[in-house]
Design a protein around this ligand. Structure first.
Ligand SMILES: Cc1cc2nc3c(=O)[nH]c(=O)nc-3n(C[C@H](O)[C@H](O)[C@H](O)COP(=O)(O)O)c2cc1C
Length: 343
């Protein structure tokens, strides 16, 4: 089966699906490899390919498709608003083993939305309509959309759903926040339940899923086809397996401090390029530690954000994680990093 056929078969099935959310500079080939060793989701997403003028798919993102180490389908995400360029890139990407082409309608970074791409497009329904029409015509494999609830207000969601329903898309992923909300509290799972009810295509729920028990409850409450998980999976790579166990009714296995330490070692081994300056390596790891640390505690986050050397990095990790106590890895709300500052 091609990745697109596998993806379509997964969508047609009945078992709840899990997906790793696209995350810029995180969901690389290397990270997918690590996550998959812990069980991983059923579906992966690339970070977005930036599409404009005469752009071509970025090589380092393409690597996660051409050298996909997981054996599972990888969806290629596009961001942009130039219709001929989007169509051209979608056609180019279809020559590679991609499971589907996905359109980003949610990126909240001002540098993106001010150019009327990503989440910025949610202010331009006529433009979305034209893009969806053109991409649907050009894409012969599954075509999917990842959106937020609206730009300014969740009151925009009804009209957006009607717009998405006009086009025969194969899957809609909804991050249950508005663009202006960035990553602040107040996720609206009730609106995702509405989307699951109204849309003919399957719907994935996205936003703040951090535990297996919560995942099970959200699946039951919203009746979505599955869950897309981002930060929760960086923090807890066991989460996808834990969710599957919870849904089967099995006991959840919690990692110990030493298991978490081994995960960080694995990330280090995969993310670090030999020959790169020590400070740059530590900096690269701190990107992950901001998310992982939120499941360990305030003091750990405080200390790890201040390390500058490899030796200090491992000293702090050892201080907090060299033990065999089970770890929930759920975020203490106060410790959740302020993403606006990180992104
Ligand atoms: C570091 C980072 C990078 C992200 N990059 C992308 C991206 O390239 N495309 C996209 O659609 N969403 C991107 N997102 C948003 C996530 O896919 C997801 O919608 C969001 O984090 C909410 O899910 P979560 O609460 O499970 O993390 C990014 C999020 C983070 C934290």
């Amino acid at each position: 089966m091609t990745p697109a056929e596998t993806f379509s078969a997964l969508l047609r099935g009945t078992a709840p699906l899990t997906a790793l959310a696209p995350m810029q500079d995180v969901t690389t080939l290397q990270f997918m490899r690590v996550i998959d060793r812990y069980g991983g989701p059923e579906i992966y997403w690339t970070e977005y390919f930036r599409v404009h003028g005469d752009s071509r798919p970025e090589k380092w993102i393409l690597d996660s498709i051409t050298k996909n180490p997981t054996g599972k389908p990888v969806v290629a995400q596009l961001i942009g608003n130039d219709i001929p360029a989007l169509v051209r890139n979608a056609k180019l990407l279809q020559k590679f083993p991609v499971a589907a082409i996905d359109l980003n309608l949610g990126c909240p970074a001002p540098i993106v939305y001010r150019k009327c791409a990503g989440g910025g497009l949610l202010r331009e329904p006529a433009k979305i309509d034209a893009i969806l029409g053109a991409l649907r015509d050009a894409v012969t494999i599954p075509f999917t959309v990842k959106t937020r609830l609206g730009f300014e207000s969740a009151a925009e969601f009804d009209a957006l759903l009607a717009l998405f329903a006009k086009h025969p898309i194969d899957l809609l992923t909804v991050h249950a926040r508005t663009v202006k909300q960035m990553y602040r509290p107040g996720v609206r799972y009730d609106l995702i339940a509405l989307a699951a009810k109204q849309m003919k295509c399957p719907v994935l729920l996205n936003g703040n899923v951090f535990s297996a028990a919560q995942a099970k409850q959200l699946l039951a409450e919203t009746q979505v086809r599955g869950l897309m998980i981002g930060r929760g999976a960086i923090r807890n790579p066991w989460l996808f397996d834990q969710i599957r166990a919870e849904l089967r009714g099995d006991k959840i296995k919690l990692p110990t401090g030493r298991d978490v330490l081994a995960y960080i070692h694995e990330l280090w081994d995969n993310e670090i390029t030999p020959g790169v300056k020590e400070s740059a390596q530590v900096q690269r790891m701190k990107k992950f530690m901001n998310f992982i640390g939120a499941g360990i505690g305030e003091k750990f986050l405080h200390d790890i954000r201040r390390v500058a050397t490899t030796a200090d990095f491992w000293r702090v990790c050892g201080e907090f994680l060299d033990h065999n106590e089970p770890m929930e890895l759920e975020p203490a709300p106060a410790a959740d990093p302020n993403l606006a500052a990180i992104l």
